[in-house]
Design a protein around this ligand. Structure first.
Ligand code: PRP
Ligand code: MN
Ligand code: MG
Length: 187
């Protein structure tokens, strides 16, 4: 599959699985500590950012030992195709109100941090009881933008990565691991 396009494996399937279990245990413990009640409105609400977060979102949801509900948002940033401009437009909004809910934004990667920065402001204005972020991957630039990210799977170098939801021109999302893209693909 994708012969010659992947230069190296950065995060293996097994490493993703182990890290997801670790993050899930931490998230569940934090959620249980903060929420004493039970029932529909105390369920943790996962907000996955389409499309990149889909694989991580579904695996994380299944690894979490507490009830969760799933919502998705699709956003796009104006500007060039390779880096985000920070000007974000909603393509698909949440289906329901998040006021009073414990919300966890689920991302595959934080690169410049601009998408997340916008998303946090947007969701915060809807008055959730709590709002935090879980990302599988984080690149170095993201650390310079002031966005609070409570749960990070892996801090990775500034390379073009694909797989496990991450695409290059909509391809490679279906790879079960994270790899670096061979420069011949985009040269
Ligand atoms: C990618 C990635 C994050 C965002 C991170 O999504 O999935 O959502 O970019 O970039 P930033 O930190 O520089 O804002 P993309 O816009 O490519 O859409 P996709 O998830 O559908 O691939
Ligand atoms: Mn995305
Ligand atoms: Mg993309």
């Amino acid at each position: 599959m994708y012969d010659g396009d992947i230069a190296s494996t950065l995060v293996t399937e097994q490493a993703i699985r182990e890290k997801t279990a670790e993050l899930a245990a931490q998230i569940a413990a934090d959620h249980s500590a903060e929420r004493s009640g039970s029932g529909r409105d105390s369920d943790l609400l996962l907000v996955g950012v389409l499309k990149g977060a889909v694989m991580f979102m579904t695996d994380l949801a299944r690894a979490l030992p507490v009830p969760v509900q799933l919502e998705f948002m699709a956003v796009t940033s104006y500007g060039s195709g390779t880096s985000s401009s920070g000007v974000v437009r909603i393509l698909k909004d949440l289906d329901r109100d998040i006021a009073g809910r414990d919300v966890l934004i689920v991302e595959d990667i934080i690169d410049s941090g601009l998408t997340l920065s916008w998303l946090l402001k947007n969701l915060e204005s809807r008055q959730p009881a709590s709002l935090s972020v879980c990302t599988l991957l984080r690149k170095p630039d993201a650390v310079t933008v002031d966005v609070p990210v409570k749960y990070v799977g892996f801090d990775i170098p500034n390379e073009f990565v694909v797989g496990y939801g991450l695409d290059y021109a909509e391809r490679y999302r279906d790879l079960p691991f994270i790899g670096t893209l061979d420069p011949s693909v985009y040269a």
